[in-house]
Write a protein of this length. Structure first.
Lengths: 258, 338
């Protein structure tokens, strides 16, 4: 067991290097959130006057949505990295060593989780610098970050599974571009649920991206609705476990197809 | 004595098919004695890489048995993994990490830590001429440096059996010669068994003590390069024709040439006629005259000492370059996932 844990850490470290050694990459991933928060947020500043947002400023309302969006959009490309490792021969090299098979998969999950947590925290701080306020305090921020990590785990694991099963970039690119905008707009990221057309609001209830936003937004508010937080958070956890299970299945299927 | 020890690699009747009814292995047998260099020679898609994947626990055969370093690959893959080093066609060193970091991680996966790990990594970097480059990210390495790092990665834990899958494919001639020298040095190391696959005839000839020629998923002939070449009596005479002959012309040529003294094994293959002759140079005039009588125009004639190419032609029934060209089509897919 302890070997598997140590080896998971080796694998995580290895993957983290991609992020830490290429600061430009880390900065690029923050460009989009900055645009959403400050350009989009500035442009639509007044929508908050429509009411139903539950926050005093639009920026405060936007932060949880942008955190969840970037968790989604950065993790859904995880499969590209896995695909590259397969094509480069890295994965097969590890498979011929005695390394724990679980460590190979866990390394991905832990790495994606750490990177997502870091990005989420930076976005929260950017919001703070721009004047957003978080009545829910540090505990609320922690819940938002946790929810975005779970969301990232779901889409990271699905993307990895896809990469291992279909093994072509085009499929990942296709599915991601197909999913990203609908998932984003069928959520409460930009608009208070009470202001959304009712069919969109109902669809959003089934959108995991929305679950992360609702849980995080509620935890950050002055009077969190803990039932909503636990309900959405629990659902995210269940989906994350299911997605990781699926990616383990995909990994086994990859091993059989070598 | 090595002859009384168990083989380092022993595979029996391996069969492996991939989805789409592609037969990659069709009764593959390989035995490698400990401490020797064994070459699997064949064109792309012949089944070399699939064999290596099974022997290195990456893939499972549909049927057949295989043991490496005395451990069954199916029942005790973990023991096999500890005993082997693998240098695949793409070993995939991490491009963002330095050479040293790649080696350190590889060592850790085998349980090396602390001073022992540091020592081993330094030793390998020195030995493979990467002492300075070891501090730089791998993405800046040349092809030859990457390949040397790949080999070093396979040696980190001092394996008993080293698999080299096409070690010089894609290298420039200079890097290729350097890699050959390196493999020669490895072969001299006590107790290390090397199984290498190659589609270069000269490479197998140069490096391997024993060679198995693989064609369409099984071994067609095996022996020392000298013995294989020795089985072909005399010289090889190759005649290039102006135009290819069809089935009819082939029988005609066979008839015209079979009566000539000192000639054996006439093989007509499109525009090429290959003949074995006790004395190549002496046979050429009579051969050319016979071809002229048969009404065939000759473009060129060469005489050569037997090469592994001739061995391949004889046992696989087709010329090596032709098998290579064919494999660029469907057979490459037979290798399955890269």
């Amino acid at each position: 067991m302890s070997t598997a844990v140590t080896q998971t850490w080796y694998m995580t470290q290895r993957q983290l290097m991609v992020f830490t050694r290429q600061p430009a990459y880390a900065i690029i991933t923050l460009i989009q959130p900055v645009i959403w928060l400050f350009l989009f947020g500035g442009l639509f500043k007044k929508v908050v006057e429509l009411g139903g947002f539950g926050t005093t400023t639009y920026l405060t309302y936007l932060v949880p949505g942008v955190v969840a969006m970037s968790a989604l959009s950065s993790n859904m490309w995880a499969g590209m990295g896995t695909l590259e490792e397969i094509q480069r021969g890295t994965l097969n090299r590890f498979l011929t060593t005695p390394v724990s098979r679980a460590a190979l998969m866990n390394g991905n999950v832990v790495n994606n989780g750490l990177v997502t947590a870091f990005q989420s925290a930076v976005i929260v701080l950017l919001g703070l610098a721009g004047g957003a306020d978080y009545p829910g305090g540090v505990g609320g921020v922690a819940i938002l970050v946790l929810a975005s990590v779970l969301l990232g785990t779901i889409f990271g694991a699905l993307s990895n599974a896809l990469g291992m099963l279909v093994r072509e970039r085009e499929s990942i690119i296709g599915i991601n571009t197909f999913l990203l905008l609908p998932l984003t707009f069928l959520s409460s990221a930009f608009m208070a649920p009470s202001q959304m057309p009712s069919w969109m609001r109902h669809v959003a209830d089934f959108n995991p991206l929305n679950w992360a936003m609702v849980a995080g937004r509620s935890a950050l508010s002055e009077h969190p609705d803990w039932n909503a937080v636990l309900g959405r958070g629990g659902a995210l956890l269940v989906l994350a476990v299911a997605a990781v299970w699926l990616s383990i299945r995909a990994f086994r299927s990859y091993q059989r197809s070598v | 004595m090595s002859s009384t020890r168990a083989p380092a690699v022993e595979a029996r009747q391996l069969i492996k098919t991939y989805p789409g009814d592609v037969t990659a292995l069709n009764g593959m047998d390989v035995t490698v004695e400990p401490g020797t260099v064994f070459g699997l020679l064949g064109p792309n898609g012949a089944g070399k890489s699939t064999t290596v994947k099974i022997l290195t626990t990456l893939a499972r055969p549909d049927s057949g048995t295989a043991a490496v370093a005395g451990h069954d690959v199916l029942r005790h893959p973990d023991r096999v993994r500890r005993a082997i080093g693998v240098v695949a066609q793409g070993s995939g060193a991490d491009p963002v990490a330095t050479g040293r970091e790649n080696l350190r991680l590889q060592g850790r996966l085998y349980g090396l830590t602390g001073a022992a790990l540091d020592l081993r990594v330094d030793e390998l970097l020195d030995r493979f001429g990467l002492a300075d480059a070891g501090r730089r990210p791998v993405k800046g390495y040349s092809g030859g440096m990457r390949r040397r790092l790949d080999v070093a990665l396979g040696l980190v834990h001092r394996p008993e059996v080293l698999f080299l899958d096409e070690p010089t494919t894609g290298l420039d001639p200079e890097a290729r010669t350097a890699m050959w020298d390196e493999i020669d040095r490895l072969a001299g190391e006590e107790g290390l068994t090397i199984l290498l696959t190659t589609h270069y005839l000269d490479e197998a000839d140069r490096l391997a003590e024993r060679v198995a020629i693989v064609d369409r998923g099984r071994v067609v002939v095996e022996g020392t390069p000298d013995a294989l070449k020795g089985e072909l009596r005399g010289d090889a005479v190759h005649v290039e024709l102006r135009e290819a002959v069809g089935e009819g012309g082939r029988t005609l040529l066979d008839g015209a040439l079979s009566g000539l003294p000192g000639l054996h094994e006439v093989l007509v293959d499109g525009r090429r006629v290959s003949v074995r002759a006790d004395d190549g140079a002496a046979a050429v005039p009579a051969l050319l005259a016979a071809l002229e009588r048969a009404g065939v125009k000759v473009a060129a004639a060469t005489v050569a000492r037997p090469s592994l190419d001739d061995v391949y032609l004889r046992y696989a029934g087709r010329r090596y370059s032709e098998a290579e060209a064919q494999s660029d089509g469907g057979l490459v897919l037979a290798g399955g996932a890269r």
